[in-house]
Design a protein around this ligand. Structure first.
Ligand code: HEC
Length: 132
């Protein structure tokens, strides 16, 4: 019986951290992850241009996230409030690898009609980290 308690505790912690998107990484570590797969050094300027350029549906990343994204954004359709994307203004931004991958995939498909390249992700994150 002695072993039951720690085991339960472990599984509860695992389940709840999955729900709450608790941090498993940092913005810097995610930048390094994409930088390692990108051909060129991440550029905050290129990231900013990408972030504000309108594509499909006349949407850009800034349509929902604002530019500079140091304030909360709002979903263009659902009006859902979105916490600031710049890590300096939101300590939860880019602290969960699965969350970042999921939203990059979804939002890039919505805005540019394809997945973002590792270079684009590195550039966007370099831009977001430069917003202070
Ligand atoms: C139609 C609205 C919309 C547009 C346009 C949009 N996003 Fe998002 N994005 C969201 C929402 C909603 C979330 C989830 C916010 C939350 O729950 O914290 C999100 C979250 C993200 C996240 C996760 C951040 C993290 O903390 O891990 C990334 C990365 C992201 N968006 C990138 C982009 C990029 C890049 C673009 C432009 C190509 C873009 N988004 C355009 C609505 C949008």
């Amino acid at each position: 019986m002695r072993l039951t308690f720690p085991c339960l505790l472990f599984s509860f912690t695992t389940v709840f951290s999955g729900w709450s998107h608790a941090g498993d990484t940092t913005p810097d570590r995610q930048l390094q992850r994409w930088q390692a797969q990108a051909p060129a050094a991440a550029s905050a300027g290129r990231g900013r241009d990408f972030f504000v350029t309108k594509a499909q549906h006349n949407w850009s990343c800034a349509t929902c996230h604002n530019a500079p994204p140091n304030v909360a954004g709002e979903h263009a359709k659902t009006k859902k409030r979105i916490r600031p994307m710049a890590p300096a203004f939101n300590d939860q931004a880019f602290t969960n690898e699965r969350k970042a991958d999921k939203w990059f995939r979804r939002n890039c498909n919505d805005v540019v009609g394809r997945e973002c390249s590792a270079q684009e992700k590195a550039d966007v994150l370099a831009y977001l980290l430069s917003v202070r």
